[in-house]
Design a binder for this molecule. Structure first.
Ligand code: NAD
Length: 364
């Protein structure tokens, strides 16, 4: 069985990702990198790594004995670090979204072509249990042709935009809400096997934070997307909405309408989703309530180590399987661009009063 030495850059959220990787029988956590030496030492102690395997310099990290670089730094570093890692012979599992510009997304694709390395954007929500269950229904043709889908990612993170105590602006401060569309648009495109060809966006502006000068404080951004297969997708994104849930957390919600039925997730973890499929249900019987959990009930205990249901567990397994078998994984460089760029263009459209913008075709 082939073994992979794994290195991580960006040890905060990245800590969850590599805990999920460490639970994989083919992975050994070998090196960590972070510009914050305290955070670095803390995670290093968790994995019992000696100091020589802890790096504050990214080039030293790349010179270490690793096969896979997991990149979980702020998004502005993703493209540069992914390209440098592939250039130095590493496979890459990079946090989402892929980049902040269309050109950077294209450069990642070019780097995969040049180096032959495997790149995957770590879109973990697409590996939630409910999404994988819908994928079986859709791949079997039971939804028919999907003509409309909706996704919402509403996550109040004002204290991640500005430090509440010091007022310091954090790395997410310049990020428009819909730039972060991986968790909403990602699972939908994954399920639909489709890509966006035109994007438009709209925003009500900054009603809650009128004094803030950043697009990150827009109340909401709504993106409308036309796909190659002729479907319409609607995405809602917010980083400020006061839609709190008992016990904390955020809203992730999906629905997909096909010519033969529909599926829809619950709006709260305590809610059930809805499903109506022509081949099993009747119009009179109506939609069935179905659980739409993020966690796979049959997965082992360590499957929740990543922190998002069993999303990381199945995502890591998919990535390692792609390395083992040599196939391009889901959210490879082209698909990462296809998920990332519509959000960038929907924001651009919203800033221009809602014009429709053509989404470039990315390919190998
Ligand atoms: N998929 C998910 O569910 C999920 C959840 C949270 C965050 N994320 C993504 O993970 C990434 C990190 O988010 P976070 O919440 O951990 O951010 P964070 O600010 O909490 O942590 C970022 C870490 O990267 C380090 N860092 C910053 N610049 C660096 C550099 N140039 N080189 C090395 N280290 C550097 C920081 O010191 C810090 O430890 C982002 O891309 C974010 O979008 C994904």
């Amino acid at each position: 069985m082939k073994k992979y030495n794994v290195g991580l850059v960006g040890v905060r959220r990245g800590g969850g990702l590599v805990r999920a990787m460490a639970a994989h029988p083919q992975c050994t956590i070998r090196a960590l990198c972070d510009v914050d030496p305290v955070a670095l030492t803390d995670l290093g102690a968790h994995f019992k790594l000696p100091d020589r395997q802890l790096h504050t310099d990214f080039d030293d990290f790349l010179a270490s004995d690793i096969d896979v670089a997991v990149i979980a730094t702020p998004i502005e570093f993703h493209a540069r670090q992914s390209i440098a890692a592939m250039q130095s012979g590493k496979h890459v599992l990079c946090e989402q979204t892929a980049a902040y510009t269309v050109d950077d997304c294209q450069q990642i694709i070019e780097s995969v072509k040049r180096t032959g390395k495997t790149y995957m954007m770590a879109e973990n929500y697409s590996f939630y249990h409910c999404v994988l269950e819908w994928k079986k229904i859709i791949d079997a043709g039971r939804l028919g042709k999907i003509y409309h889908a909706e996704g919402e990612y509403i996550h109040e993170i004002v204290d991640l935009l500005v430090d509440p105590e010091t007022g310091e602006r954090k790395w997410r401060y310049p990020r428009a809400p819909i730039w972060y569309c991986g968790h909403s648009l990602g699972p939908l495109l994954f399920l639909m096997g489709d890509r966006v060809v035109k994007a438009t966006g709209v925003t009500p502006g900054r009603n809650m934070y009128p004094d803030r000068d950043s697009v990150s404080f827009l109340d909401m951004e709504t993106g409308l997307f036309l796909t190659e297969k002729g479907a319409v997708i609607k995405i809602l994104s917010s980083q400020t909405v006061k839609r709190y849930r008992k016990g904390g957390g955020y809203l992730t919600w999906y629905s997909l309408y096909g010519t033969r039925g529909f599926v829809e997730s619950g709006r709260d973890p305590t809610d059930q989703g809805l499903e109506w499929l022509e081949d099993t249900d009747t119009p009179r019987g109506g939609a069935r309530h179905v659980p739409t959990p993020f966690s796979d009930p049959d997965a082992p205990a360590e499957a929740k180590l990543g922190g998002h249901g069993t999303g990381e567990y199945h995502m890591v397994r998919h990535f390692i399987e792609a390395l083992n078998q040599g196939f391009r994984p889901a959210f490879n460089a082209v698909q990462a661009a296809e998920v990332t760029v519509p959000g960038l263009l929907a924001h651009e459209s919203a800033m221009q009063g809602g014009v429709w913008i053509d989404v470039p075709r990315f390919g190998w």
